[in-house]
Design a protein around this ligand. Structure first.
Ligand code: NI
Length: 165
């Protein structure tokens, strides 16, 4: 969990940038790529990732979000645009509305006691979990994937290194 706003803000900035790069690599057609027949699509997972940032309003943070029933956009650019907006509003709200001391306060979040600093950690882990799912689906949809925490097949090829299979 986080014990200082500053530690969180620095990490959010880095992760925000990685997520932005992944979202920017999506195409409209790729949003239809399903996990399996009749299962969630890349577009639905990307949109869930964007929407999940506003779970933090359950902890009392106030910032502009999206309607809970907002339909999955058909445009990859619109998904990325909404992410940039909500991601920045969320970070501004944390900085403006919480202090380091408040990160130690526990709140009931959907039936469980969570310290605010732990909820912030969860929101980042949840984001990287879905971002990882997305990169697999993006490869299946034939897209080039940006580096996240290491080289991808394409960037290995770019560097003249034989990629792992
Ligand atoms: Ni989720």
């Amino acid at each position: 969990m986080y014990t200082t706003i500053n530690d969180f803000a620095e990490e959010w900035d880095r992760e925000f940038q990685l997520t932005e790069e992944v979202l920017n690599a999506l195409t409209d057609a790729s949003l239809q790529q399903p996990v399996a027949n009749e299962r969630r699509t890349l577009g639905q997972i990307a949109w869930h990732l964007v929407m999940s940032v506003q779970y933090m309003t359950y902890c009392g943070l106030v910032f502009d979000g999206l309607a809970e029933d907002a339909p999955v956009p058909e445009s990859a650019a619109v998904i990325a645009q909404n992410y940039r907006k909500i991601g920045r509003s969320f970070l501004n709200a944390v900085k403006a509305q919480w202090s380091d001391e408040q990160l130690l306060i526990s709140q009931n979040v959907m039936g469980e006691e969570w310290k605010n600093g732990a909820t912030l950690r969860f929101i980042l882990m949840h984001q990287s979990h879905h971002r990882g799912q997305m990169t697999v689906l993006m490869r299946q949809a034939g897209l080039r994937i940006p580096e996240v925490y290491g080289p991808t097949y394409d960037t290995w090829v770019d560097k003249g290194v034989a990629p792992l299979a």
